[in-house]
Design a binder for this molecule. Structure first.
Ligand code: CTP
Ligand code: CA
Length: 231
């Protein structure tokens, strides 16, 4: 017997996703990094691909297999990530799940820094480009739906609302990344979807779910929004 066809509500849509940490070089052998595993972004890529989207995943250094049927660009640094994102535009939807390093070393060493005799080297930092804010502010090439994440360890909703106002994106997925939650590196996530309602920011608090379930639910919301705009 034939199986019923899988619904493909994102068929014909290009979905761009960033995921994972970035690595910011200090010298040829050292870097600044963070604890992001990339699992949530990869799960979103797989979920969007499963419902027909043409998915372009820009991934920082992660220990995950490329999701099937997804075009993946592997990068290391925030600047490389921004360049790779720009190369994939235009897109219908962009989801910025990466934990981009906020700072990089101002003067990267061309050779391995040595401890011989000298004082401890000070690491002077400089700010990385904000990929989400950059893409949110694009004119013609801005994706129709731009979604950011807000990783917070305290005052989750207040901080996420402030970030929402600052970034210029359309939705924010807020999550608590305090060590006790196990979100960083773990398989579960508790998220709040912030959208803009007629009377201000609307917060939908989802129950704790696996990262795969969060991905499926987020992709369903995206499909609902895009297909409503069509009718
Ligand atoms: N982001 C980005 N480029 C950066 C920093 C952040 O694209 N250089 C994106 C993240 O992918 C996420 C959103 O911006 O979608 C929020 O990231 P977050 O680290 O929570 O916020 P920041 O604005 O960097 O503020 P802070 O780290 O101080 O909370
Ligand atoms: Ca940050």
């Amino acid at each position: 017997m034939l199986k019923p066809p899988v619904p493909r509500p994102l068929a014909g849509r290009r979905v761009l996703i960033t995921a994972g940490p970035t690595h910011e070089p200090i010298d040829p052998v050292r870097y600044i990094a963070n604890r992001s595993s990339g699992k949530q972004g990869f799960a979103i890529a797989a979920a969007a691909q499963a419902v027909g989207a043409d998915v372009r995943l820009i991934a920082g250094p992660v220990e995950l297999a490329d999701p099937k049927g997804v075009s993946v660009t592997h990068v290391e640094s925030a600047r490389q990530m921004l360049e790779a994102v720009e190369a994939e535009l235009p897109a219908d939807v962009a989801i910025f799940a990466a934990a981009v390093a906020d700072w990089r070393v101002a003067h990267e060493g061309g050779q391995k820094l040595k401890k011989t005799g000298k004082a401890i080297p000070p690491l002077q930092l400089t700010e990385n480009p904000d990929i989400l804010a950059t893409i949110s502010k694009l004119g013609e090439k801005r994706p129709g739906l731009v979604i950011g994440f807000a990783a917070e360890t305290e005052h989750l909703i207040d901080n996420a609302k402030a970030k929402f106002a600052r970034k210029g994106c359309d939705w924010i997925v807020a999550n608590d990344v305090s060590p006790a939650t196990g979100v960083m590196g773990g398989d579960r996530n508790t998220v709040h979807l912030l959208t803009k309602g007629a009377d201000g920011v609307h917060v939908a608090s989802w129950p704790i779910m696996t990262k795969d379930e969060v991905a499926t639910a987020l992709v369903a919301e995206i499909a609902k929004k895009l297909n409503k705009e069509l009718t």
